[in-house]
Design a protein around this ligand. Structure first.
Ligand code: SD4
Length: 336
């Protein structure tokens, strides 16, 4: 997994070479500096699997469709993928063996919807959108979220795949059944045990939306909710300024209301990467020792179509799709 993430590719499409000559791209051999593409439409998403999600979102954006529809369609790709063990179907369960999903969505009018600790429904993001569009509320949790989803016609199904179930049973053998700080961050063998898809987009009309969906930290306590469904923490969109999303250990993100912070920093004039970096530094300043042990990554897009990311640790990647770029980049990070 980490090797794959270290794999950095900066293969811009053919026109990119010409554009680079004109200084439109900040081209870098390492790939650490993202190409700056001003313009719309554009969609960015967390991790390598964001690339396939962006491709789905792009089908809507390139036809002039709405960013809200694009981000929902985009994140449904990893939600439906049983091999992705951090989102939707096939997500790793909590300590009780229950797959509980967190998701939220936000549009250009600051309308938003969210579900937390939702079981048995693959497309948590679509339930979140239904909360936004069909109820007077922003957030539904647990049984109430499930009840609402079923009333809306979503299909109930078992989200625990045989692979995730077998791994959970193995995990139970070696781990004490109690919360231990940071045990959630790394699986036996050193593999990181969590990811999330956070996606933000700007459509041809210049409107921005975002979506974030996850099964959360693996083997979390039952009922634990992370940053991903919390508007302002895992996702924030301000159509005047920009949008941001996060991945990593949600508790750290919630403490600084991370995505909202990134957007506010962009409002004050920081570019997306600088805003993400400042948010990461806020986490470090709050608790320098704890910040060494966890991963958090932020990803942001501003109204000009510029994007950037920053993470606590090495390994965070993000995918970009625009009229001239379809690629995966390696985020800069603090701890070397
Ligand atoms: C959470 N932020 O539940 C999510 C998990 C995640 O990379 O993003 N992991 O805390």
């Amino acid at each position: 997994m980490s090797d794959r993430r270290r794999f950095v590719k900066l293969s811009l499409l053919t026109s990119a070479g010409l554009l680079a000559g004109k200084g439109l791209f900040a081209k870098s051999r390492t790939g650490f500096k993202p190409a700056v593409v001003k313009g719309k439409p554009v969609v960015i998403a967390t991790w390598d699997f964001g690339k396939a999600a962006n491709a789905e979102a792009w089908k809507i954006l390139e036809k002039g469709g709405r960013a809200l529809d694009a981000v929902e369609a985009g994140v449904k790709v990893p939600e439906a993928d049983p091999t992705n063990q951090s989102v939707g179907l096939g997500g790793r369960p909590d300590r009780d063996g229950r797959v509980t999903l967190d998701a939220c969505i936000m549009d250009e009018n600051s309308k938003c919807g969210s579900v937390a600790c939702l079981e048995h429904i693959v497309h948590a993001i679509s339930v979140a959108r239904a909360v936004m569009e069909k109820t007077p509320h922003v957030m539904l949790v647990g049984d109430g979220a499930l009840q609402f989803a079923l009333e809306c016609g979503f299909k109930k199904q078992n989200l625990l795949t045989p692979k995730s179930e077998a791994e959970w049973k193995d995990w139970l053998k070696e781990h004490k059944y109690k919360p231990v700080k940071n045990i959630e961050n790394v699986l036996p063998g050193g593999e990181k045990n969590h990811d999330t898809i956070g996606m933000v987009a700007m459509d041809t009309n210049g409107n921005m939306s975002g979506a974030c969906t996850t099964s959360g930290l693996s083997y979390k306590m039952h009922g634990r909710v992370g940053d991903s469904p919390i508007i302002g923490a895992g996702l924030y969109v301000d159509n005047e300024v920009g949008a941001a999303t996060s991945t990593g250990v949600g508790e750290e993100v919630i403490r600084i209301v991370g995505s909202h912070l990134v957007v506010e920093l962009m409002r004050q004039g920081l570019d997306p990467e600088a805003a993400c970096k400042a948010a990461v530094e806020r986490i470090i300043a709050r608790n320098p020792e704890a910040s060494k042990e966890v991963q958090v990554g932020f990803l942001a897009l501003n109204k000009k179509g510029e994007y950037g990311a920053y993470a606590l640790q090495d390994g965070f990647s993000y995918a970009v799709r625009s009229g001239s770029v379809e690629d995966i980049y390696h985020s800069k990070f603090h701890y070397h």
